[in-house]
Design a protein around this ligand. Structure first.
Ligand code: 9UX
Length: 68
């Protein structure tokens, strides 16, 4: 299991945090996402062979937020 931290901008409340957590954890290979509104970031535990950075960034972007 690997861990990656992505900056996530555009989150304004706890609902946004839930949305970002949900889209990340819906990706096959993502075991867990811990999203912080205050830090504007997501700490993601994932299996490197199943999912990659681009897919996670895309999922966050598709949900209406911005990841980098
Ligand atoms: Mo809060 Mo976020 O009312 O998409 S859920 S701003």
């Amino acid at each position: 299991m690997e861990t990656m931290t992505l900056k996530v901008s555009g989150m304004s409340c706890g609902g946004c945090v839930k949305s970002v957590t949900g889209v990340l954890e819906a990706l096959p290979g993502v075991a867990k996402a811990e999203v912080s509104l205050e830090k504007a970031e997501a700490v993601i535990s994932y299996e490197a062979g199943k999912v990659g950075r681009e897919q996670m960034v895309q999922a966050i972007d598709d949900a209406g937020f911005e990841a980098s």
